[in-house]
Design a protein around this ligand. Structure first.
Ligand SMILES: [Zn+2]
Ligand SMILES: [Zn+2]
Length: 393
């Protein structure tokens, strides 16, 4: 089944879901192509949508790897377009911050009718915010299967040194070329796998927040993310080899995970304590002006730590926590999975010592207004964070 047929089947399930969320049909209706040669289809789509006044947004690496080919296709089809090539900040990262947003706004003009994001997660976050503010659509051309945020409607951006997720727009259409994705740098593929590994603890936390916090829950979105996660694990060897079939499976999993968030209008299906730890590390890096590690890479390492803490919580207080957390994989098994795809599995590999582990675990529960296992541990067993940090090194 191709991804569009699969999404159509999920849409039907959402429309008959009575969980209390507003699953309107439009929430998951986008053109979503995942196939070899999708890049040419992207050019054809852009031509049908806007013959002129198109702005492509990329960075130097994604433009070289993918953008130039798309530009050639567009030129051949007679589309008039401009290109905004984003440059890294002082720390060496292209960041979704005020400067990047301003650069895209300056490259656009009053007549710009369509934006095209050519890149990975950060480029998409910048473009989705500008598209929302300019009230124009954008087309997504992912260059790596590195994150599940391509189809989401929220943009995590840095405002005044603090990372905040602001409402923006989902792409009108997405064209993920599997040949392009399979040729992405291995580190980005490993990051996508790390982002998916995090769904284990995210889904477990969602069960916890439903029962303990009375927070909104949707069985359909839960099932969708769970199936995406299982697909990823089934194809682990092929993903590690970066063969096209494995990369397609990883990309499908990431897209489905992103769509499950879109269908409920919040990130609980795909983000729990492990993401909050990753956010804490990210804010620490921002404050220190150090280069960021990839989102999914941090999430993968955080998942190993958080699953260890959650399994301990399930043992200490089986009622109610065993119901949410006993089925989590052993931390060693998760670490082995990460290593198999070439992803870091320990904080030390990210350059973080015990103090950064402990401080991130302490800060994480306060970053979002959500019930998570980490929050329970902070309130009942705060000493576990320091113990975890020591045990990791
Ligand atoms: Zn993520
Ligand atoms: Zn539902």
């Amino acid at each position: 089944m191709d991804i569009e047929t699969e999404i159509a089947a999920w849409r039907k399930d959402f429309l008959s879901c009575r969980c209390g969320h507003r699953h309107t049909d439009t929430d998951i209706r986008t053109v979503c192509r995942l196939a070899p040669g999708a890049l040419e289809e992207a050019a054809a789509y852009v031509r049908r949508t806007a013959l002129s006044d198109v702005l492509l947004v990329a960075d130097a690496a994604t433009r070289k790897a993918v953008g130039l080919r798309l530009e050639e296709e567009l030129a051949r089809k007679g589309v008039r377009f401009a290109v905004c090539c984003l440059t890294p900040n002082a720390a060496g990262d292209v960041t979704a911050d005020g400067d990047a947003v301003l650069r895209v706004l300056l490259a656009a003009d009053a007549g710009t009718r369509l934006l095209v994001a050519v890149g990975a997660g950060t480029i998409h976050d910048i473009v989705r915010l500008v598209a929302a503010k300019m009230r124009i659509p954008f087309v997504s051309v992912p260059t790596a299967p590195s994150v599940d945020g391509f189809t989401s409607a929220g943009a995590p951006v840095v405002v005044g040194g603090v990372k905040t997720t602001v409402p923006a727009v989902a792409p009108e259409a997405l064209f993920a070329d599997t040949e392009v994705l399979a040729n992405a740098p291995r580190e980005l593929i490993a990051a996508g796998y790390g982002d998916m590994i995090g769904k284990w603890t995210a889904l477990a936390d969602w069960l916890c927040s439903r029962e303990l916090g009375g927070e909104p829950f949707c069985p359909t979105a839960y099932r969708m993310t769970k199936e995406a996660l299982a697909r990823c694990f089934r194809n682990e060897a092929a993903i590690a080899d970066a063969d096209e079939k494995g990369i397609a499976a990883l990309a499908e999993a990431l897209l489905l995970s992103g769509l499950s968030m879109q269908a409920v209008g919040h990130s609980r299906p795909a983000s729990g304590g492990e993401h909050h730890v990753s956010h804490a590390w990210e804010m620490q890096s921002l404050a220190r002006g150090e280069r960021q590690r990839l989102h999914g890479v941090k999430v993968g390492v955080a998942t190993v730590l958080v699953s260890a803490l959650y399994r301990r919580l399930a043992e200490r207080e089986p009622e109610p926590f065993a119901r949410f957390y006993t089925d989590l994989p052993k931390p060693d098994d998760l670490a082995a999975k990460l290593r198999r795809v070439g992803a870091p599995s320990t904080p030390a590999e990210l350059g973080f010592g015990p103090e950064r582990v402990e401080s991130a675990l302490r800060e994480a529960p306060g970053l979002r207004d959500r019930t998570t296992g980490l929050r329970v541990i902070r309130d009942r067993y705060p000493e576990w964070f320091a113990e975890m940090a020591r045990a990791t090194f």
